[in-house]
Design a protein around this ligand. Structure first.
Ligand SMILES: CCC/C=C/C(=O)SCCNC(=O)CCNC(=O)[C@H](O)C(C)(C)COP(=O)([O-])OP(=O)([O-])OC[C@H]1O[C@@H](n2cnc3c(N)ncnc32)[C@H](O)[C@@H]1OP(=O)([O-])[O-]
Length: 301
């Protein structure tokens, strides 16, 4: 098992250039050089941890952005860069996306990235969300969300972009609660929800910004399997192995045939989507709602 660390996109690329993902010789040959180059030891910026089993070609991508894996600019860049590197790696066949800190898979977009920022900043941030999604949703790999904790909003977006979702049993929630923050889920996110749970349920869920406990999410088809939290990773690996019994090419072509229309639609309407998100989010009334939501989060303590 070779381990790699991504940080803000830039370091990841540099690291991969030195130690290609396709090879597990990197750490075997020169563990000290990998560890001594300073990147693995600076824990504060190690926001994505990637390990890959060379024999099976299964990579595990662990989000590591404490306290709650909120998707800030750095994490979005790291995730995108990591997905793209794995995509290029011919020996990689599957990707399991999970959290390095059980109990919270991902708390969604970092709300602070949307609060009191200039329209240009919000627009650029949104483009990073789009690009990360394009690379995950459009991946040729088997993609499996190992949802080992809460997965609201952007966390649900990540899960829906994967091919299959395994979630921890218990008191964890998943869903698209954007309207609760006065935000509007974009067309490509709404469409994934419709594709997963059907039009009527998705329409209701999106309007009221519903967050579902994991057993209800299973019932709706928002997730595909529930297991005890400590088994999420193992079951995800077993499930991936089943998927890998199908020839890669036929599986990937079939996947692309069903996903291409939505991918193409966003590529075509990218600027319009950015403008809509930027204009809506920076409106004064929405900023006030975001502020109130942030206050509510803080008051929880
Ligand atoms: C339209 C586009 C599509 C997507 C939209 C979105 O994703 S919008 C996003 C929609 N997302 C949501 O609505 C989810 C909001 N979050 C939650 O509901 C909970 O945090 C939890 C259930 C994920 C984890 O509960 P828990 O008890 O384990 O943890 P805790 O609650 O104690 O939080 C710890 C610290 O993290 C902070 N913080 C948390 N989330 C965010 C965030 N997204 N951002 C920034 N910060 C966040 C929180 O304030 C606190 O800070 P403090 O006081 O220490 O300085």
């Amino acid at each position: 098992m070779a381990t790699f660390i991504a940080s803000g996109g830039r370091v990841w690329r540099k690291f991969v250039k030195t130690f290609p993902l396709g090879s597990n010789l990197s750490l075997k040959r020169s563990p000290t050089s990998a560890l001594a180059n300073g990147r693995l030891s600076s824990t504060s910026s190690e926001n994505v941890l990637v390990s890959k089993d060379e024999k099976s070609g299964i990579a595990t991508v662990r989000m590591n952005n404490p306290p709650v894996n909120s998707l800030n600019t750095a994490l979005l860049l790291s995730l995108r860069s990591c997905f793209e590197e794995l995509e290029k790696d011919k020996s990689c066949r599957a990707l399991i996306l999970t959290s390095n800190k059980p109990k919270v898979f991902c708390a969604g977009l970092d709300i602070l990235e949307l609060y009191q920022k200039s329209p240009d900043y919000v627009g650029q941030f949104w483009e990073k969300v789009q690009d990360m999604w394009l690379s995950l949703y459009g991946s040729r790999l088997v993609t499996m969300a190992a949802i080992n904790g809460h997965s609201p909003a952007g966390g649900c977006l990540l899960s829906l972009a994967c091919d299959y979702r395994i979630m921890a049993e218990g008191n964890f929630v998943i869903g698209l609660n954007e309207t609760q923050l006065d935000l509007v889920a974009p067309f490509w996110l709404r469409q994934m929800m419709v594709d997963a749970i059907g039009y009527r349920q998705a329409e209701m869920a999106l309007m009221v910004g519903a967050l579902y406990p994991s057993n209800k999410a299973l019932q709706l088809g928002l997730v595909d399997k529930l297991v005890p939290i400590e088994d999420v990773q193992t079951v995800a690996e077993e499930e991936v192995k089943n998927w890998l019994k199908i020839p890669d090419q036929a599986r990937a072509i079939t996947k692309m045939a069903s996903r291409k229309p939505l991918l193409d639609e966003l590529r075509k309407r990218k600027q319009e989507d950015i403008q809509t998100f930027r204009d809506e989010t920076t409106r004064e009334s929405v900023q006030l709602s975001i502020q109130q939501y942030l206050d509510k989060l803080k008051a929880k303590k």
